[in-house]
Design a protein around this ligand. Structure first.
Ligand SMILES: Cc1cn([C@H]2C[C@H](O)[C@@H](COP(=O)(O)OP(=O)(O)O[C@H]3O[C@@H](C)C(=O)[C@@H](O)[C@H]3O)O2)c(=O)[nH]c1=O
Length: 182
């Protein structure tokens, strides 16, 4: 497999080795030993999630405040524009993001270590999105940032996404940071 470093510390794009033959193809989507050695993922995964979304749906930007989740993400069907945002005020890349297209066709994965905000929008007719998490979901611990915060300047490929009520209400980075500083 190929591992590509990004501008954000620890965030890596992974291209699994795809074995094609007359029947179709095969790939290993995770192997603890190899992902530790080659992608530097030395945390255990405790939860797997799958979501399905229609074109134009945007989920995010999400994180857990006290029990942050590392996420190993891939798309099983369709295509998404996937984004990780550095929300650590002590980080040299605070407020910066990495964006990557993940699709059933390119088989790409992204590893987002604990501590980043994450979101994606669907660029195909529909998309099936699958991810492994290093900590359990805790609704009481959820945090969010506005997808369209001007300080983040994320070049989303759509202007008017379909959002959940929850995702419509998140603050921008500056307002969120002020609530953290208290
Ligand atoms: C995320 C999650 C949701 N749920 C439930 C809560 C709710 O009733 C329903 C939908 O939840 P949400 O609207 O939060 O789902 P969603 O917007 O897909 O949330 C996800 O977004 C992406 C961007 C992430 O990075 C994930 O970590 C997660 O936050 O599913 C769980 O039971 N377990 C989970 O792990």
């Amino acid at each position: 497999m190929k591992v590509i470093e990004t501008a954000l510390p620890g965030v890596r794009i992974i291209e699994p080795q795809v074995f094609g033959d007359a029947r179709g193809w095969f790939l290993e989507s995770f192997s603890a030993r190899r992902y530790r050695a080659e992608a530097g993922i030395d945390l255990d995964f405790v939860q797997d999630n799958v979501s399905r979304s229609a074109r134009g749906v945007l989920r995010g930007l999400h994180f857990q405040r006290t029990r942050p989740q590392g996420k190993l993400i891939q798309v099983i069907d369709g295509a998404v524009f996937d984004v990780a945002v550095d929300i650590d005020p002590r980080s040299a890349t605070y407020g910066q993001h990495v964006a990557v297209e993940l699709s059933a066709e390119n088989h790409r994965q992204i590893w987002i270590p604990p501590g980043y905000a994450h979101g994606f929008c669907v660029t195909s007719e529909a998309a099936t999105f699958q991810y492994k998490c290093t900590d359990y979901y805790d609704p009481a611990d959820e945090g969010g940032l506005a997808w369209n915060c001007p300080d983040l300047a994320i070049p989303w490929p759509i202007d008017t996404p379909v959002l959940s009520d929850k995702d419509r209400r998140h603050p921008g980075l500056k307002i969120w940071a002020r609530t953290q500083a208290r």
